[in-house]
Design a protein around this ligand. Structure first.
Ligand code: SF4
Length: 216
């Protein structure tokens, strides 16, 4: 059985999902930063419902600091873990004002100084807002699909990202993430992948469409 390569994955999934991109709604880097913080352990669809109202009320970093914490918590309540997320938003906004002249930073190093911002959030915000490619966003879909395809053996996000970065041209880093997310949502689902419908069913090491494979 031929080994699956990232090149093959990008080629085949680009055909399947030509419009794969960030599915969070935003108009500005600040909005995307808030949306990505809210998206932790929450669906993008739910976040988009919440931010539709949220972004009409909060326009600047200062706006998030000018209301009581409890009011912000209430405004983001339905995204889950709202206390933690409200604190992360507030502390990030404070830092953006005091350290970055009110602007969302443009480097990975600076982004990682914001509370609630890990490499996944930073990579998405930098690429989708500024066109700065600084990493591969690894979420639950990217973790699952890249493991099933045999692109990594790790479960830790940082190690998965390193494995994928080694195999992927830099200009494709974020695109690959969008493609794996799309495939994870549509076909390579958790807990039961739809292997019979999958473009990789004949060559995927985890394919249930081949005989004697039970390791998904
Ligand atoms: S063959 Fe099955 S396990 Fe492999 S990528 Fe496709 S859906 Fe996922």
């Amino acid at each position: 059985m031929p080994k699956i390569t990232v090149e093959r994955v990008i080629h085949d999934l680009t055909k399947l999902y030509p419009g794969a991109k960030c599915t969070l709604d935003f108009d500005t880097p600040l909005q995307l930063l808030v949306a990505t913080i809210l998206s932790a352990q929450c669906t993008d669809a739910r976040v988009n419902i919440v931010t539709k109202t949220l972004f009409k009320k909060y326009h600047t970093p200062q706006d998030y600091l000018s209301v009581p914490l409890s009011e912000l918590e209430q405004d983001i309540f339905s995204c889950g873990t709202y206390r933690m997320k409200a604190r992360a938003i507030r502390e990030s906004m404070h830092r953006i004002i005091t350290e970055f002249h009110g602007q969302v930073p443009r480097t990975m190093e600076e982004m990682l100084t914001l509370r609630g911002v890990g490499r996944k959030t930073a990579a998405i915000v930098l690429d989708c807002s500024y066109g700065v490619i600084a990493g591969i966003p690894v979420d639950t879909h990217v973790t699952r699909v890249s493991k099933r395809l045999g692109l990594t053996r790790h479960t830790e996000q940082a190690k998965i990202e390193r494995d994928l970065m080694k195999q992927t041209p830099k200009e494709e880093w974020v695109h690959l993430s969008h493609l794996l997310v799309a495939h994870g949502r549509m076909t390579c689902k958790a807990p039961t992948p739809k292997c019979e419908e999958c473009v990789f069913k004949a060559i995927c090491p985890s394919s249930r469409a081949r005989k004697n494979v039970h390791n998904i």
